[in-house]
Ligand binder design. Structure first.
Ligand code: GTP
Ligand code: SPV
Ligand code: MN
Length: 591
């Protein structure tokens, strides 16, 4: 495509044209730029972003195709306190979401959008969540005044003409409007209108707040559509386990933000797992729908990874190191004098001097971190050396196991299997996790994060649990449900379990259970591994004694746990399915 046609209107869909016209009148941009997703467009917009100082071109010999971005220092993570579900009634949003009446919020935000793009360009981004042609795929149009959002969206979603192709002449698309305004936390709102399939986002230019296909559409609006349409939108990675004989088993895992999904999805098994291989289908979001054979089929609606940078190195995640060695947008890491990037936990020496994520001089003596703990990479999934070819298969992959897991220093054992689907839903619903830097505020505190969806469920949490229970009736052949905890600590505060690639040992047990190849021991919490079935071979410093410690079910810790679960249930009491109350009683009697 020649440069002359870049930015020109490239659809005749009347609903899209009307949407853009209406918002143009409101936001009053100087220019409208219609994105087509082409390479020429990428080159032109990247050059413009560099010229404007939005991106810094990194050392292209070390990091081909890579760019650096610093967000405003008041704008480095999701903001749950400013995130709203504006359903018709407060009850529909439920007690775990912020709610405002839709009309009130529309009026307030229209006031903020009015004239907000004067002197700016409004970019029109048509995008797909899901592979072209999948029955699960959804179309969105995001309007934004941020060139960083455009360049990130083209990594994270399938953007451009494919979206118009899937849409055809329909008006069934998500309407998303984003303006950075003046990036002021006082005027920052991320608002969802499930009844209109619409999203309004103002005052931020960071990640989950502004890449509207991701948390806003694929999870908050998606979960609400899923309930109506009979499918599930979940905060889960999807991976395939290939055995030496070619057998492939797919699992999906829900861990809260910054609790290990990307790492688990890309893991490399220990050396003695000859012929075993892990394939990544997705690292953050999973849409699942019953298939004709009675199994649950999953797709990854995204096309890229927006992953946590700190801690990424060739020991923890060698596949991620390779993935982010090119074509990557780095946000809020540190910048070295030779235009390389650095972060805490990177391979190699600590730089003698660099600029930290705020742009201030940093040396190893500095007290603050050089990279923000929630610094992120945005990279196309096609860079991943272990990308599953099925990641773009419109029919998805059949899921054999669902794994829940939180970040828990105490209480939760390394692994157990739930007794059945309803018990599994209970275990997911009562999941707890220490908060992380992925959202502003409260890091380190344990909070209930049901199914890792607390910040992402677009409707009442009790109804969400009911939807999970109902799915059991539609899915004849449901996945087994497990719970893991990589983060249990000993008395000295060290992680008991080595984690990362060694998580393959836990995964192997899960896969063997799914295929009915091994038995298990019954515990108060569920089925746990018999020592002879759990692979400890070649693990230095971790034998049967450490395994017992990792698996310990301690009465005093569980007393506290059950009380803390009750707080969640009380807050949800008006819609909580009674099955979950019964499960709690059963757990207490087993304990
Ligand atoms: P979001 O993108 O925020 O949804 O997070 P995620 O679940 O994909 O988290 P990610 O895989 O990026 O992990 C975040 C943090 O968890 C990093 O600091 C990792 O080093 C750490 N982590 C991941 N896996 C393990 C593990 O097996 N053991 C330990 N101890 N830490 C881990
Ligand atoms: C998360 O917080 O769960 C993320 C990062 O995956 S963000 O897209 O910023 O929400
Ligand atoms: Mn996430």
């Amino acid at each position: 495509m020649s440069n002359k046609t870049l930015g020109q209107r490239n659809t005749n869909n009347p609903a899209v044209i009307a949407f853009v016209e209406e918002q143009t009148k409101l936001c009053q941009p100087d220019k409208i730029f219609w994105c087509d997703g082409s390479e020429a467009e990428k080159d032109a917009l990247t050059a413009e972003a560099v010229a404007k100082g939005v991106l810094i071109k990194l050392n292209q010999e070390k990091l081909p195709g890579c760019y650096y971005h610093r967000s405003n220092s008041n704008d480095v993570a999701r903001v749950e306190q400013f995130t709203f579900i504006c359903s018709e009634t407060r009850e529909e949003a439920g007690p775990t979401n912020n709610w405002a009446p839709p009309k009130e919020m529309y009026d307030k935000l229209k006031g903020m959008f009015a004239g907000s793009m004067k002197g700016r360009t409004m970019y029109v981004i048509p995008y797909l969540m899901g592979p072209l042609g999948s029955p699960l795929t959804k179309v969105g149009i995001e309007l934004t005044d941020s060139i960083y959002v455009v360049l990130s969206m083209r990594v994270m979603a399938r953007i451009g003409d494919a979206a118009y192709k899937q849409l055809s002449d329909s008006n069934d698309f998500n309407r998303g409007i984003h303006s950075m305004l003046d990036v002021n936390p006082e005027r920052r709102f991320i608002c969802h209108f499930p009844q209109d399939n619409a999203i309004l986002s103002v005052g931020s230019a960071y990640g989950g707040n502004v890449l509207l296909g991701k948390k806003c559409l694929a999870l908050r609006i998606g979960s609400s559509l899923g309930r109506k349409e009979g499918w599930m939108a979940e905060h889960m990675l999807i991976l395939g386990v290939e055995a030496p004989n070619g057998e492939k088993t797919y699992v999906a895992a829900a861990f809260p933000s910054a609790c290990g999904k990307t790492n688990f999805a890309m893991l490399i098994p220990p050396a003695h797992y000859k012929g075993w291989k892990i394939w990544t289908v997705g690292d953050d979001i999973c849409w699942m729908k019953p298939g004709p054979d009675g199994r649950l089929y999953a797709i990854n609606p995204e096309a890229g990874y927006f992953g946590v940078v700190p801690g990424t190195n060739s020991k923890s995640n060698p596949n991620a190191v390779k993935t982010i060695s090119r074509d990557t947008i780095y946000t809020n890491v540190a910048l070295t004098p030779d235009l390389d990037v650095w972060w805490e936990g990177k391979d190699g020496p600590v730089p003698a001097e660099c600029l930290d994520w705020r742009g201030n001089k940093w040396t190893p003596e500095s007290k603050e971190k050089a990279a923000h703990p929630n610094s992120r990479f945005a990279v196309p999934m096609t860079n991943n050396p272990v990308l599953a070819p099925e990641a773009s298969d419109p029919k998805g992959v059949p899921i054999s196991a669902i794994i829940f897991g939180g970040r828990r220093a105490t209480t939760m054992p390394l692994i157990f299997e739930t007794f059945d689907w309803i018990h599994g839903v209970y275990v997911g619903a009562t999941m707890g996790s220490e908060m992380t830097a992925a959202a502003v505020g409260g890091a380190g505190q344990v909070r209930r994060d049901p199914m890792a969806m607390l910040p992402f469920c677009g409707y009442d949490m009790g109804d969400y649990f009911r939807h999970w229970l109902r799915m059991r009736k539609i899915v004849q052949n449901p996945p087994r449900i497990f719970h893991v905890n990589w983060f249990r600590k000993d008395d000295q505060g060290n992680f008991i379990w080595p984690g990362f690639g060694e998580n393959m040992r836990v995964l192997k047990w899960i896969v063997d259970r799914c295929h009915g190849r091994i038995g298990a021991e019954e515990s108060q919490l569920g089925w746990v591994p018999r020592l002879q079935d759990f692979d400890l071979a070649g693990l230095s410093g971790f034998g049967p004694e450490q395994f017992a410690r990792a698996q310990a079910i301690k009465a005093d810790e569980w007393k506290q746990e059950v009380v803390s679960q009750e707080e969640l249930f009380i807050s949800l009491h008006s819609t909580l399915p009674k099955e979950l109350g019964y499960q709690r009683e059963l757990l207490i009697s087993r304990l």
